[in-house]
Design a protein around this ligand. Structure first.
Ligand code: SF4
Length: 405
């Protein structure tokens, strides 16, 4: 990565650079680094936002997607201790919870009943390594690892009528291959390529699974296995501007090499009570939207760019103007267990605000049409099930009564 400080650009240079990027499709690396170093300038930010909106329009038209899902936090035990996390709990916490298969089946039934298509399995990273009680819990049920158990849970989700999408932290190639048998897509936020964040006092000091090289390798292995894959960047956890640009360029390179990156999430950090980073300020909204715009210009018009609507409810329209074309998963059944303090908007409200911003809300499956049309990305039975839930364009088939709900 280029470690030398970049020379900032002025507004007129930024306008010229952005215009060229929109015409050529994507920002070249040196110019991405220079724009990334210039976001304190309101004129530069404005140039980026205008270019990003045009790039999104060229790649996605007026379409903005959302996945109607259920969120299943299979276990909130985790061997890592990220400084900003409130999801992970130790086994002696009254809030520690691992779902039984009957509980998974019950949530899935609720999802099917409310027209969901996705079962989002989200869980802590390899808790069996840290906690003997969890190892015993798994052994009593005939499993040697959380990943083994997760395969079973995904089977229950799939057979119950939903399409699993798994986000389980670092998985081996063998584990991903076994999960692929029941999953439509999988994901791992790259978060950041900054190795500094693993240093003393930094956000990932106590999180071995946040080692960037390990996360990049898992992205590569998912590509080799032909798994539609969600990645993303976490903004504001101690990384600098050049490191943010490097993270986005790394995601672009992975997408180019393997063709499996189906979407990139841009997620801002928010300080939470009870965490080591509770006093660290979040990035201001205008910086978050500028980074979303820059992500659009770096990743290009075809990339699906996602921002969670519950983490910035005041500025949804500005997120759309910054080039976002996807709201991620929104559930009529379950809360966002990662950010339980941030309720999702209802789909009706999200549709109203998306349309008020001149865009059209379309429900999608956990996997996007671009990948659904490529059969080699799926276990045949999973693709068959996905096609059964899709309309003729590869988006989710939605009844009139669902649309109003
Ligand atoms: S790896 Fe994920 S669940 Fe575990 S502590 Fe970090 S953010 Fe929390």
């Amino acid at each position: 990565m280029n470690a030398a400080p970049e020379k900032p650009v002025r507004q007129d240079d930024a306008e010229r650079i952005v215009r060229a990027a929109v015409e050529d499709g994507r920002l070249p690396e040196p110019l991405a680094l220079r724009l990334g170093a210039s976001l304190q300038d309101a004129g530069v930010r404005q140039a980026i936002l205008e270019g990003a909106a045009e790039s999104k329009r060229r790649g996605k038209g007026d379409r903005v997607t959302v996945s109607r899902n259920v969120f299943i936090p299979l276990t909130n035990l985790c061997r890592d201790r990220c400084s900003y996390c409130t999801f992970a709990k130790p086994p002696d916490s009254p809030e520690a919870r691992t779902y039984g298969l009957d509980e998974v089946a019950e949530v899935v039934r609720g999802g099917v009943h409310t027209g969901c298509t996705e079962a989002l399995f989200c869980l802590g990273d390899k808790p069996e390594i840290a906690y003997r009680s969890h190892r015993e819990w798994l052994r009593e049920r005939g499993h040697r690892s959380t990943a083994d158990y997760l395969v079973e849970a995904c089977r229950v989700g799939f057979e119950g009528g939903l399409l699993p999408h798994t986000n389980a932290g670092i998985l081996s190639a063998d584990e991903m291959a076994r999960l692929r048998a029941w999953n439509a897509s999988m994901g791992l936020m790259l978060e950041s390529t900054s190795r500094r964040l693993r240093g003393k006092g930094m956000a990932h000091q106590y999180a071995p699974d946040k080692e960037p090289a390990v996360r990049i390798r898992m992205h590569e292995e998912a590509g080799e296995l032909r798994i539609p894959f969600t990645s993303g960047i976490l903004l504001g956890i101690g990384e600098n501007e050049a490191e943010r640009v490097d993270t986005l360029l790394t995601i672009r390179s992975l997408a180019d090499r393997f063709g499996h990156i189906q979407e990139c999430i841009v997620q801002p950090f928010h300080p939470k009570p009870g965490t080591r980073m509770r006093y660290v300020a979040a990035l201001p909204d205008e910086e978050v939207t500028a980074w979303i715009g820059l992500a659009r210009l770096i990743l290009g018009p075809e990339m699906n760019l996602q921002a969670p609507p519950n983490l910035a409810p005041e500025v949804l329209e500005r997120l759309l103007r910054a080039g976002v074309n996807d709201w991620g998963g929104v559930s009529p059944v379950t809360v966002d267990f990662i950010n339980p303090e941030a309720p999702w908007p209802t789909l009706v409200e999200l549709r109203r605000r998306t349309e008020a911003a001149g865009q059209k809300l379309v429900e999608r499956l956990p996997v996007y049409p671009e990948h659904l049309e490529q059969a080699d990305f799926f276990e045949p039975r999973v693709r068959e099930a996905a096609l059964g839930l899709a309309d003729e364009h590869g988006y989710a088939r939605v009844s009139d009564s669902q649309e109003a709900a």
